[in-house]
Structures are given as structure tokens and as C-alpha cells.
Ligand binder design. Sequence first.
Ligand code: SAM
Length: 260
Amino acid sequence: MSAFGSLLPPPLDERRGIPLYYRKSEEEVRQDVYERYDELVARQTALHLADELHGGYPLQPLADYLQPWIPAGPARAVADVGCSVGRLVGDIALAHPDWDCYGIDFSYQMLRQGRDYWTAGKSVSANLLRYGYPLESFTGHQLPNLQFALADAAALPFPDHSLDLLINTFLIDRLPDARRAFTEWQRVVKPGGRVVMVSPLNFLKQKQWEHFHPPIKIVDHLLREGWQLLDLTDPLDLEEPMDKRGNVVRWRTLALVLER
Ligand SMILES: C[S@@+](CC[C@H](N)C(=O)[O-])C[C@H]1O[C@@H](n2cnc3c(N)ncnc32)[C@H](O)[C@@H]1O
């Protein structure tokens, strides 16, 4: 394996150490709910980086689902697309110090929080006082083998056939055209490489519901595109804590493991 981060080409631009492979306009930033530091970034931080607030990682069943599909062996290249603050790929990078790991997202604010926590060794906090949580900070890591980058899930900065594992969780129903992303993932994953995809299929657009509901339509589409299905779990039930009281959002996700 060559140097960590070496799969990434020179970026279009860079912002505080985060390479940018897409130039978002001011309007795009304004419209993007995931750029809202005090709202969704805080919620993602509390969900993914603040286990002590919840007595454990609330999405542990998601991590448990992923675990057996992480390929064995040395020198793997792994990306989490739509990684937000980078929990799943951060844990993989921690467990495999010789693997080359990437967290890709379209939100600079999410990536900055992820970068601060996982690679810059800073403490991060999530101000969720209005949900009853105390204001605490969570100390991060200084992982040399994890690189965050801003890119579109459907236009990734990786070379052809360069990744052993691409994961994406709670992403595809947020994309304007998930099928473009599926095609792109086929380009970047190695033959024999895997995609693990977990989504509540809570689409935002009517067109997406038409394309992908019921979920057999997604599976049909992926099989037609040449993927092999290694696992289908439906539902994989996950709970997202909402407040200190214990209110939760219950997500009924579809989990797929595909091999190229
Ligand atoms: C609902 S959050 C899920 C985050 C995390 N993967 C999880 O499981 O909780 C969706 C994430 O996808 C990112 N995202 C949305 N559109 C994207 C795109 N076109 N390319 C890459 N990431 C995108 C958002 O910025 C956000 O961080």
C-alpha cells in the first residue's frame, strides 16, 4: 500500500486542511441543511461521537451489521460516503492502523467536525442543551490513516477500481439521483470489492419513491448493473435518540451487502 491518502488526486481547492472536490456555491451552502453547525452537525455529533451521553453507541446494531462484511487482510482501502462526522470509518481506521481510510461528505461543517475529532485530536462538543443533554466535550484521536474530503457521492475523487470497501449509511435517500451514485460506486470499487449500504429509504422526492419503492426495485436495479448480492436484511431496525427523556426516532432500514 502506498502512502495514506494517496488515492486522492490534487483537489480543486482546500479549506482548513479539507480537500474540496466540488466547489459549492453560496446558495448551495445556504440550502444545505447538513451545513448547519448548530443543528444537524450537533445532532450527528451527539449521535455518533458522544457515546457517554447515551450509555453506549446508539447505532451499535449498525456497526454490528457492518462488522462481518469488513474484508480481512492487510492494506485495504476503505471509504465511507456521506460519512458526516466519520464514526463508522473512524472506527475502521482505529481498528486497522495500516489501512487507508477515507471519509467523504458533501458538507464542509460535518467534515470539519469529523476531521477535528478523528485526525486533529481536538475535543468537539454538541450543544444539545435544548434537548436536555449536558454540554460536554468529547476528546478525539490523531489517526494518520484517515483522510476527510468534500465530494459528491456520484462524482468521487478516487481512481477506477481502487477501493476494497465502500460503505454508505443513511445516504441514498438524501441524493437527488441515487442511481448515478450506484454507477459511480461501481467505477471506484475493485473487482471483488464490497459495498455495504444501509438506508431507511425515507426518500425526499416523489421520483425516488417511484424508482425505489418497494425496495425490490433497488435490488433489481443493482443486480442488473452487475452487482452480486451477498446479504439483504430488511428491516434492520435502528433507534436514534432524540433527547435526554429517551424519546427516539425508530428507523426501519434496508441493509444490503453487494460485491462487484
Ligand atoms: C442523514 S446523514 C447520514 C450520516 C451518517 N452516514 C449516518 O449514518 O448517520 C446524510 C449525510 O450525507 C451527506 N450527503 C448528502 N448528500 C450528499 C452527496 N451528494 N454526496 C456526499 N454526501 C452527501 C450529508 O452531508 C450528511 O452528512
